[in-house]
Design a protein. Structure first.
Length: 79
């Protein structure tokens, strides 16, 4: 049973990785600077972001990031 749970978790994360890659976000400290997600780091609850100039920001905490278009990423379980 445990192997099935881990496989499901991996599959779920893979789907979310695909869904969120390239998503427009902004850092709370810089709300006018649009960034795109490159990678979600599940174990550390961070994400890697990239700006228009190609600068990569690694390990940005999820609590420091907001979606530019949050209505596109509403998950029903959040209610």
């Amino acid at each position: 049973m445990r192997k099935h749970t881990n496989s499901s978790k991996i599959a779920f994360r893979a789907v979310l990785d695909w869904l969120f890659k390239g998503t427009e976000v902004y850092r709370l400290s810089e709300p006018d600077r649009i960034l795109k997600t490159l990678k979600i780091n599940w174990d550390t609850q961070t994400t890697d972001l990239k700006d228009k100039a190609g600068t990569v920001f690694r390990g940005i905490p999820w609590t420091d990031v907001e979606f530019v278009h949050p209505e596109d990423y509403h998950i029903p379980e959040d209610d």
